[in-house]
Write a protein that binds this ligand. Structure first.
Ligand SMILES: CC(C)(COP(=O)(O)OP(=O)(O)OC[C@H]1O[C@@H](n2cnc3c(N)ncnc32)[C@H](O)[C@@H]1OP(=O)(O)O)[C@@H](O)C(=O)NCCC(=O)NCCS
Length: 412
């Protein structure tokens, strides 16, 4: 599977200060004193027990042993290099990956697979090319970055060198650590935005210069009880009703906006994103399209769900969504009191001196510039890709399946 094609991951290369792509961590940094090897069973137990003290939700030792035995490239021990004449150095840490096949990774993203106990049929064996490499667990106190750089050498063989990596982070620190390694936040998959996944595309980083890592932290696995928030494109009337319900409580209820002003006649002139906790609608946003820009509007998160990152996820999802469509400008009107929120999402004021009022709030124009990817959907794209359900550009849509029927007007 080409995960890049499947995942609608139309991203630009993460770069800039503080980003040190995994493939280009400087392996000479501390690494002349470290070695990476395949651990034996007792070493796996030791390393897992040690990691579990800080990360209690990780896989059981027997699962780790099984994953390593089935595919030794999945599990690496990091040791101090022994001096001449010494035996192998004591284990200092571990880096473990799940080498997923296509179905396995699909199940993981959809939340149908327990990553702490992945079934055998979801993973590939040692000499098979995985569809996706999932960063399962990295634990090497104080040595994560140099240890990762050594392990990445193992993942640059022809079998693995162009397979994308994926990770999850539940804490802001974990996210920032992934950012610093060149991962891009969020993943559109089968019509849904998965904010918790981070995606590292190997082709982003080929040819970049090696850099010395600055971030040294432990990647934490997600806690089993985290309440999942998912973002999806509203596809039918049920989804739309949920988005309208959120806007009714937030804008009409909380902000006293008259119905006719909130439901302004433009709801069928654009697309809608919906944030769900389980099946419960908790947030939404509307996107309308103009020639030179897309406009993000009606962003709303129900009061009791605020300050949990849902507003940010909706803005991130909207940004990736319009980039995939080829837009380089996301434009919005911000309530003046919320400028700090929008600034945190990468927006800037169009004109700091200009403001205007409607529906009893003072607004300013804001804009966010993005770089559409080279393969954004545009003229020349596969015609079937263009008619797939919005946001579900990663897999064949119903109209592709309909193409298997013989056209009725074939001879007309
Ligand atoms: C604005 C709104 C969408 C934010 O949603 P949210 O889910 O609470 O936002 P998040 O939790 O994702 O916050 C993201 C960041 O913005 C900050 N933030 C959130 N609300 C903020 C506010 N009112 N003022 C300043 N910063 C704010 C958060 O602290 C967080 O910062 P961090 O990343 O440094 O931690 C939500 O408050 C809302 O629905 N308000 C009512 C509707 C509305 O006025 N919409 C905007 C019209 S322009």
């Amino acid at each position: 599977m080409n995960v890049y094609k499947r995942s609608s991951a139309f991203y630009s290369t993460p770069s800039g200060p503080g980003v040190h792509p995994l493939d280009h961590l400087d392996k000479h940094y501390l690494c002349d004193r470290l070695a990476v090897a395949t651990p034996c069973g007792p070493e796996i137990d030791l390393l897992m027990d040690r990691a579990r003290l800080e990360l209690p939700g990780i896989a059981r030792n027997e699962v780790a042993r099984r994953v390593s035995a089935d595919n030794p490239d999945s599990f690496w021990v990091i040791r101090r290099k022994p001096a001449a004449g010494e035996g192998p150095g004591a284990p200092r840490g571990l880096a473990a990956f799940l080498m997923f096949n296509e179905n396995g990774f699909d199940a993981l993203v959809r939340g149908e697979l327990d990553a702490t106990d992945p079934p055998r049929e979801a993973l590939v064996g040692q000499h098979e090319r995985p569809a996706a490499i999932y960063v399962w667990l990295v634990h090497a106190k104080g040595l994560v970055a140099p240890a990762l750089s050594l392990v990445m050498e193992k993942l640059k063989t022809p079998l693995y060198r162009d397979v994308d990596l994926f990770a999850r982070a539940v804490t802001r620190e974990g996210s920032q650590f992934n950012d610093s390694l060149g991962f891009r936040r969020g993943l559109w998959w089968d019509g849904r935005y998965h904010h918790e996944f981070h995606h590292y595309r190997r082709d982003w980083h080929l040819g970049a210069a090696p850099l010395v890592p600055t971030a040294v932290r432990t990647l934490a696995p997600p806690p089993a009880d985290a309440r999942p928030i998912r973002i999806k494109v509203a596809h039918g009337i049920e989804d739309l009703s949920k988005a309208f319900a959120v806007r009714a409580v937030v804008y009409i209820g909380e902000q006293d906006c008259p119905y006719d002003e909130e439901f302004d006649g433009n709801d069928f002139a654009g697309g809608h994103l919906l944030a769900l906790a389980g099946d419960e609608p908790v947030g939404c946003a509307r996107i309308r399209y103009f020639g030179a820009f897309a406009k993000l509007e009606r962003l709303a998160v129900r009061a009791q769900y605020r300050r949990r990152g849902i507003g940010r996820q909706l803005v991130e999802a909207a940004t990736e969504f319009v980039r995939a469509k080829g837009y380089d400008t996301l434009y919005a009107h911000a309530q003046k009191r919320l400028v700090p929120f929008w600034a945190g999402q990468g927006f800037r004021l169009v004109d700091p001196r200009k403001s205007f009022a409607f529906s009893d709030f003072e607004y300013v124009e804001i804009v966010k510039s993005v770089t559409p990817p080279a393969d954004a959907i545009g003229l020349g794209a596969d015609p079937f890709l263009v008619i797939r359900p919005e946001g579900a550009w990663d897999r064949p849509g119903i109209l592709e399946r309909s193409a298997e029927r013989t056209p009725q007007n074939a001879t007309a």
